[in-house]
Design a protein around this ligand. Sequence first.
Ligand SMILES: Cc1cc2nc3c(=O)[nH]c(=O)nc-3n(C[C@H](O)[C@H](O)[C@H](O)COP(=O)(O)O)c2cc1C
Length: 230
Amino acid sequence: MRIAWAFTGAGHLLLESVEELEKLAREHKVTIMVSRAAEEVLRMYGLFERVKKLEGGYYRELVLERDEGFSFPITGRLSLGRYDLLIVSPATANTVAKIVHGIADTLVTNAVAQAGKGKVRTIILPVDLEEGEVETVIPSKLELSICRRCETCNAAAACPQDAIIPGVEIQLLKCIGCGNCQRVCPYGAVSGGSIITLHMRSVDVENTRRLESIEGVQVIKEPKEFWDHL
Ligand SMILES: Cc1cc2nc3c(=O)[nH]c(=O)nc-3n(C[C@H](O)[C@H](O)[C@H](O)COP(=O)(O)O)c2cc1C
């Protein structure tokens, strides 16, 4: 099968999505589409290189939104029906809101719109699924209550990206999630993969509900569920 897999900038269920994509890419031709935010967030969680490794030839491209101008020519393949399936996993609240309002001004929202026009089945995993609280993993974080503000900060010295301002913060846009900082800080002041609880907004949950009524779109709750729809 020819499949397009689109990432948006959600940290929630991101690792799980990458793991399923890796399995899928072993068996099928997968074009990977990455929103600008997804590119940043994949790096922060140390997952960008894993995704990049899956790139390899025609219909197995890694397509970055930042290389696709304002008109996203790659999505023409979807409007021409050249794919069997489009999977958007994970889908941010932002992308879901745009899709349900018919907006198509980003790589991923445009891919969904063109898939509809080309009758390509679309499976979406929205991260804001149900009312209530959701636990999610955050990228590396400098815990200021633990940081001893050492004269020489080992974590900052070990960072290949120069992303750490000692005693202040980790600049996430520079971070590539390598974890060096976590390993070398003698006081364990850098956390990685901490769990936080987020409250789901009703506007986002409502948008997810509306997604289910869009023609050709199926909503799933966890990344591995898409296998049932192949
Ligand atoms: C570390 C990190 C994690 C994020 N996780 C989420 C998330 O789980 N869900 C969400 O809706 N937005 C999340 N965001 C915010 C989105 O990246 C942001 O709304 C972005 O504009 C989405 O753009 P896109 O929908 O085009 O990918 C996260 C941002 C960062 C920096």
